[in-house]
Write a protein that binds this ligand. Structure first.
Ligand code: NAD
Ligand code: TYD
Length: 359
């Protein structure tokens, strides 16, 4: 039975990954989830699995060397799946230091603790161990409109404090692989969407605002392009890289689903209008008049687009969920989880929103 140490498992992708793994492997795996529960971490995301005998939650900071070393000392960890991070570009523009602290120093602590636990006396590593570092396509910088893709060989050129901190953490992982032959893989994935995503990110923010008849803030000219992937397809890719990925390799993950932000906003409005019952009072609120162009994000990357050729040809990963289906699944999930949205948008969220948006 393999034991997975998942960091940041109470966040958006981490919680989807844990659900995916228990759905797939049931009682044949064990998962330890370590999360400090920042504003983005929410144990409600894991309510249905928290009582499983093969699941343990540990509230700890990945920067806390002692707490992380203790987890390794007390458990024979086979795989680390490292999600924990500060993940929102707009917040990184306002408070870059916390991104360096968590994303860079926290990753250093995770790497050191795993190395100490897995290294043998002769400097080689115990068989079958792996550190899977979850990263982003944003480390590659920005592409011109309609031209080119990010490959694993594309030079790093991060622009935001968020992407710079993720690039630094990737470099640390690469350094451990090169220097110590530390058993690891890096995955660089495009923008995810799906259940449990915090409404500071584009898709859940637009769904939430539209349902309340609130303005829909579109940065700049709305023509920035992101390459959207349904979160379960990302979870599947991570699982496949853990089991089939060649050690020391990087794999780009994306589904060739490029869309301009304004297209995303229009699709959400149209899908909401289609899905809402005529008798639902929210139906009249959801109109394209809500779209409001606002000041552009500082240093706003124009276009991201992943070439997923390597993960497809080497590992056989393909995305399964088309955007037109994934967006319906996502909206349906938010319809069915109004309380979740109410809980996460009460308290600090209002303060964040008022400071961030004037619309
Ligand atoms: P998220 O912000 O929803 O969740 C982050 C989680 O990490 C939260 O549960 C938070 O409590 C936890 N965390 C933060 N600081 C911590 C610390 N110091 N110690 C322990 N736990 C801490 O993020 P997400 O969108 O789920 O992203 C997860 C990972 O995937 C990140 O590394 C991110 O860079 C990467 N990624 C995200 C996307 C995307 O579209 N969201 C795309 C590609 C890669
Ligand atoms: P986001 O979800 O923050 O992801 P990232 O910046 O990591 O790609 O933003 C996706 C795109 O949507 C990005 O180009 C910024 C834009 N955006 C808006 O236009 N309005 C918004 O309110 C938000 C949150 C994002």
């Amino acid at each position: 039975m393999k034991t997975y140490l998942v960091t940041g498992g109470a966040g958006f992708i981490g919680s989807n990954f844990i659900h995916y793994m228990f759905d797939k492997y049931g009682n044949d795996i064990r998962i330890i989830n370590v999360d400090v529960l920042t504003y983005a971490g929410n144990l409600e995301n894991l309510k249905d699995i928290e009582k499983r005998d093969n699941y343990t939650f540990v509230k700890a900071d990945i920067c806390d060397k002692e707490a992380i070393s203790r987890i390794f000392a007390e458990n024979d960890i086979d795989y680390v799946v490292h999600f924990a991070a500060e993940s929102h570009v707009d917040r990184s523009i306002k408070t870059p230091e916390v991104f360096v602290q968590t994303n860079v120093l926290g990753t250093a602590v995770m790497l050191n603790s795993a190395k100490a636990a897995w290294e043998k006396e002769d400097g080689t590593f115990k068989e079958g161990k792996k550190f899977l570092h979850v990263s982003t396509d944003e480390v590659y910088g920005s592409l011109p409109e309609g031209d080119g893709y990010f490959y694993e060989t594309t030079p790093y050129a991060p622009h935001s404090p968020y992407s710079a901190s993720k690039a630094s953490s990737d470099m640390l992982v690469k350094a451990y692989m090169d220097t110590y032959k530390f058993p690891a893989n890096i995955t660089n994935c495009s923008n995810n969407y799906g259940p449990y995503q915090f409404p500071e990110k584009l898709i859940p923010l637009i769904i939430n605002n539209a349902l309340q008849g609130k303005k829909l803030p579109v940065y700049g000219d709305g023509k920035n392009v992101r390459d959207w992937l349904y979160v379960a397809d990302h979870a599947k890719a991570i699982d496949m890289v853990i089991t089939r990925g060649r050690l020391f390799e990087t794999y780009n993950v994306g589904g060739h689903n490029e869309k301009q932000n304004i297209e995303i906003v229009n699709i959400i409005i149209e899908t909401l209008q289609e899905m809402l019952d005529d008798s639902d009072p929210r139906k009249a609120l959801v109109t394209k008049d809500l779209i409001t162009y606002v000041e552009d994000r500082k240093g706003h990357d124009r276009r991201y687009a992943i070439a997923p050729d390597k993960i497809r040809s080497e590992i056989g990963w393909e995305p399964e969920t088309m955007f037109k289906d994934g967006i319906k699944l996502t909206i349906k999930w938010y319809f069915e989880h109004e309380d979740w949205m109410k809980n996460v948008t009460s308290g600090d969220y209002q303060k964040y929103y008022n400071e961030m948006y004037t619309v």
